[in-house]
Design a protein around this ligand. Structure first.
Ligand code: 13P
Length: 256
């Protein structure tokens, strides 16, 4: 089976609503029909999601899709500052990142939280992009595969096989995020293959074959092609290089 590649830009805490509008327009302008085989997703901050929706609505031919960077699992209620999956769907989000290492580090997000968030998203028809990744200490001790597969197992705990169909996995070594350092494409592929096995064992051979697995961490114009050539890497979750149209579209091209 051939999996449809997916390249998602995680804008993190960058871009005001008007800056987001400008970047989305630039992305749409630099889009080429040659990229039609790739899902291209932008994940602006919450405050820019509505602008992203309106900008893309205006351009009915736009192939870009919108994702959020986080969600809260409750459907509504007295949870000051929180955003529900239904609210994300209302602003046209079709994807949402969960379990990013920055959320785990700065917001004390646990594996159980990630599982609840993933379940809330699939319940609203939004595809979770579930992140995992090891620290440099874990990598150096040889524990990478055990660590990341445990993170993914925990994140999938509440999802049935049909819930899990839209799920996307993302392998993002913590030590590669924003550092300019990366694993070799072969090392990243080895971990992605293990994640695929984990999905296969849980949901069956066809699901394992179908699940899309992204690499993230200092992906850029210089290394995108090499990651794209790997058999178990189906796309990228791109941070810094997603903040400019030229570098982001170069990565879309690498996977097309
Ligand atoms: P960088 O591409 O800036 O390393 O960030 C990767 C990332 O964290 C995407 O979610």
């Amino acid at each position: 089976m051939t999996r449809r590649p997916l390249v998602a830009g995680n804008w993190k805490m960058h871009k005001t609503a008007s800056e987001a509008t400008r970047l989305i327009q630039q992305l749409a302008y630099s889009y080429d029909d040659a990229y039609a085989g790739v899902d291209v997703v932008v994940c602006p901050p919450f405050t820019a999601l509505r602008s992203a929706q309106v900008t893309l609505d205006f351009d009915t031919n736009s192939p870009l899709r919108i994702g959020a960077q986080d969600v809260f699992w409750e459907p509504s209620g007295a949870y000051t500052g929180a955003i529900s999956a239904a609210m994300l769907r209302d602003v046209a989000c079709s994807f949402c990142i969960v379990g990013h290492s920055e959320r785990r580090k700065y917001f004390s997000e646990t594996d159980e939280d990630v599982a609840r968030k993933a379940a809330a998203l699939t319940g609203e028809g939004i595809a979770p992009i579930i992140c995992c990744g090891e620290t440099i200490e874990t990598r150096e001790s040889g524990g990478t595969v055990a660590f990341v597969t445990a993170q993914i197992e925990a994140a999938l705990a509440l999802l049935s096989a049909s819930d899990a169909e839209p799920v996307v996995l993302a392998y993002e070594p913590v030590w590669a995020i924003g550092t300019g350092r990366t694993p070799t494409p072969e090392q990243a592929d080895e971990v992605c293959a293990a994640l695929r096995d984990c999905f296969r064992e849980r949901y069956g051979a066809a699901a394992g074959e179908a699940v899309r697995i992204l690499y993230g961490g200092s992906m850029n114009i210089g290394n995108g092609d090499a990651f794209a050539a790997m058999p178990n890497i189906d796309g990228g979750l791109v941070g810094g290089a997603s903040l400019e149209a030229e570098s982001f579209m170069a990565l879309v091209k690498a996977f097309s």
